[in-house]
Every structure is written in structure tokens, then in C-alpha cells.
Design a protein around this ligand. Structure first.
Ligand SMILES: Cc1ncc(COP(=O)(O)O)c(C=O)c1O
Length: 415
């Protein structure tokens, strides 16, 4: 708990004592006085990206063309990125690989989990899972993967109640993309183990923000996107993780040449690479990986414990400041207050959330609106300051006090 009342001066003191403050300089600051609170949607750009891309264009593509594969590390990037972010999710470096997009990786690992399961025929999920996750599961009975029954539960309690000997796979987003409610990963993995089921986790709203401990929780599979908290760039590669105990259990769902044990042998016969790397498919997205690789250079230097601690302090500060300054103005926090139960973003509700979000954009605060009445602020702990939190709430309070959000120009709400 912070001493009351919270003030700009208190936030400045917290900034002065922030052990991660030097990381702010490793991201490109916006020219305008904008506070970006959309790390849950798109993380900030690493400052090295423009030079890296310029060099890619001239030094590599123009001057070297196909020799670029030999002179630069384009083939190694998927593994290097995986190795650089593994510590943020409690994984061993070689068990993570950056490739494809989240949806494709969900398909690859959910089908793999289905094939290596020990028993059961039900894939259990909940309606708080992200839509693409649910669609991938719903599409499985049409694909050539046996006959899974897909059960999408309406509440977390229902899901827990339904875990039984018929459960083959428990398939969840670690953090709810709307409410930021976090599952207790270790608890669910334990319940899965008791009935012989496997777990598949979507970490898109977790990795790079909150503590994740895949090995310590004894999870089976995980997937996540690169473009949110990880700052891997719009449209960049997603990542996947396979618990080593399953890594060599079966061929991957997509047996691509990049997952072959010896890609340049150009063998007729497929033979899978060892470990998670067999889930690489085709040619890596070289340009996008150059961008993600700039973020990976930063993540390699980040002490995960310090990152998680700062994220927690930023979230607590935001909740407390919103309550102190805006509770009387109709703002109600709708994310769990207990840090162990929440994810990367803080949400609150207000009767005018949509127009409020537009008015905030005009005031230089970028959050996101979710119907019917919620606003979400995603916290990128490497580049946000404590004073940013204070300033955000000040701008919000001004909009609420003046009721400027009611103006006609803010009534058309963007996504
Ligand atoms: C939890 C979660 N999973 C998956 C996705 C999207 O996956 P993809 O990268 O395939 O678009 C999102 C997008 O916001 C997401 O929030």
C-alpha cells in the first residue's frame, strides 16, 4: 500500500528509485506528449529498429541478396528470439521458438497435444478465452485429428468442476483479454495432472508483464504473440513452448522443412528436429524477425524479477490513483485487486467508457475500449514511468470534471 495521498511528487520519487529506468532510453519515445497504455495491444518500438531495418535494406537485401542468409543470422533468429524471452516465462532457452502467428501456433500445439494425450476426448476451455483460440478448437473436429469434443465453459468454476477423466486437454488464456483476470496456472496444471490431462496456455497477455513459470507450474504447452508486451512489432512472429517431456513424443502437425533435423540435406524423407524446434514450419519472416530481434536484444538484459515487481507497482499505483482521484466521478475498477489474480492490464468501467476513450486519445492518452462500458490500460513496465501514471489520471480527471467526453465529436468510438 502506498502512503496516502498519492501525488506527482511521490511518483517522481518512485521514478528516481526505479532500477529499470535506464530501459526507457532503449525504446523510441513518441514526439508528441503521448502516454501509450496499450502494451496489451502493441508494445513500444525498440530504438534500434530504424537502423536495423535500414541496414537490412541496403547492406543485406540490395548488396547481398541471397547471400544474406549466410552473412546475417536470418536462419537463427527464430531460436535467438526464443532464447531471449524464455526467462520471462520460466522456460529453458532452447524450448521456445518464435515463428508463425499466434493462431497458427495454437493450431500446431493444440493438435499436437491432442495426439500426444494419454486419455480423454474433451478439450476444455472457457468463453473468456480469446476468440481465435476458441475458433481454432471449434475447427478441430473438421480437421483430420480424431474426434475431440470441445466444451466451452461459461465460468471458471464450471471449468474446474468439469475437469475429469474424460478431459484430454485444458486449453486456456492465462489472462482474460477483457477483465485481466489471471488463472492460477500451477493449480490448473495440478488438477490436469490428477486426471491425466494436458494443458495448453495462451500467454499473450502475460509474457513480458507478469510472472509466468511454465516449468515450475508443470505446464505442457504454451503459445503467445510477440507484438504486445514483448514489443516484437506489429504483425511480428508469435512464439511457442513445449515442455521437454513432450518435445520428442510425435511429429509436429505441420512437418515443414524448417523443422527437419537437417534442413539443407534436402532429404526426401522427413525426420523431425529434436525438441520445440520441430514446430518451425517454412522460411522465417526475415524482416519481421529483424524487428523482433531488436526487442530480444533488450529482453536478454532484463531481470525478470525486477520487471514483474515494477509491473506490479505500476498496476497498484494506477488502481490506487484512479480510486483516489476519480472514484467520485463514476470510475469503478473492474480488474482483480489482488496482483496474483490479474494480468498485464488494468481495467475500469464508466458509463461513458467509449466516448471517454476517444476524449483520452485527444488528450494524448492511448488506452482501449471494450464494450459495453470498460476501458483498459496495458502497462509496459520497461518504458512507463510512475509519473506517467499520475499524468494519465490527471488527464482523465480533467475530462470527467469538465464532462468533455459528452461532446458530439467523441461519440463515434473507434476500435
Ligand atoms: C489472447 C490472444 N490470443 C491470440 C490473439 C491473436 O492471435 P494472432 O496473433 O493470430 O492474431 C490475441 C490478439 O489480440 C490475443 O489477445
Amino acid at each position: 500500500m502506498l502512503p496516502e495521498p498519492i501525488s506527482r511528487e511521490l511518483c517522481q520519487k518512485l521514478d528516481a528509485a526505479d532500477p529499470l529506468s535506464a530501459f526507457r532510453g532503449r525504446f523510441q519515445a513518441p514526439q508528441k506528449d503521448t502516454i501509450f497504455l496499450d502494451a496489451n495491444s502493441m508494445g513500444a518500438m525498440p530504438a534500434t529498429v530504424p537502423d536495423r531495418l535500414a541496414s537490412f535494406c541496403t547492406d543485406a537485401w540490395v548488396e547481398l541478396r541471397r547471400q544474406g542468409w549466410n552473412h546475417f543470422e536470418w536462419m537463427e533468429r527464430p531460436y535467438q528470439i526464443g532464447q531471449s524471452i524464455a526467462h520471462l516465462m520460466g522456460a529453458q532457452p532452447d524450448d521456445v521458438i518464435a515463428c508463425d502467428n499466434t493462431t497458427v501456433n495454437l493450431y500446431k500445439l493444440l493438435t499436437y497435444a491432442w495426439r500426444v494425450r494419454s486419455s480423454g476426448n474433451v478439450i476444455l476451455s472457457e468463453d473468456g478465452n480469446f476468440p481465435t483460440d476458441l475458433y481454432v478448437a471449434q475447427g478441430l473436429p473438421n480437421a483430420l485429428v480424431g474426434e475431440p469434443t470441445i466444451k466451452i465453459c461459461n465460468s471458471r468454476d464450471e471449468l474446474i468442476d468439469r475437469i475429469d477423466a474424460n478431459t484430454a486437454v485444458i486449453y486456456l488464456s492465462h489472462v482474460d483479454y477483457r477483465t485481466s483476470a489471471r488463472w492460477n496456472m500451477a493449480d490448473i496444471c495440478q488438477r490436469a495432472k490428477e486426471v491425466g490431462a494436458l494443458t495448453v496456455w495462451d500467454l499473450s497477455h502475460s509474457t513480458g508483464a507478469i510472472p509466468v513459470d511454465l516449468m515450475g507450474s508443470d505446464a505442457d504447452f504454451a503459445i503467445g504473440c510477440g507484438y504486445k508486451y514483448l514489443s516484437g512489432g506489429p504483425g511480428g512472429a508469435a512464439y511457442l513452448w513445449v515442455n521437454p517431456r513432450h518435445a520428442d513424443a510425435a511429429w509436429p502437425t505441420i512437418c515443414g522443412w524448417m523443422g527437419h533435423e537437417n534442413v539443407f540435406a534436402f532429404a526426401t524423407q522427413y525426420a523431425p528436429h529434436t525438441g520445440a524446434w520441430r514446430h518451425a514450419t517454412g522460411t522465417p519472416a526475415v524482416i519481421a524477425n529483424e524487428v523482433f530481434s531488436c526487442a530480444a536484444d533488450i529482453w536478454r538484459d532484463v531481470d525478470a524479477t525486477l520487471l514483474w515487481d515494477k509491473h506490479k507497482q505500476l498496476g497498484n499505483l494506477l488502481i490506487d490513483t484512479l480510486e483516489q482521484e476519480c472514484a467520485a466521478l463514476g470510475v469503478t475498477i473492474n480488474t482483480p485487486r489482488n496482483y496474483d489474480e490479474r494480468g498485464g492490464h488494468i481495467g475500469f468501467s464508466h458509463e461513458g467508457a467509449g466516448p471517454l476513450c476517444e476524449a483520452l486519445l485527444d488528450a494524448g492518452v492511448v488506452g482501449s475500449f471494450r464494450k459495453p462500458n470498460a476501458l483498459r490500460f496495458g502497462l509496459g513496465a520497461l518504458y512507463l514511468s510512475y509519473e506517467n501514471i499520475w499524468e494519465t489520471v490527471e488527464r482523465l480527471k480533467h475530462i470527467l470534471n469538465t464532462e468533455s467526453w459528452r461532446q458530439a465529436k467523441y461519440q463515434k468510438v473507434s476500435v
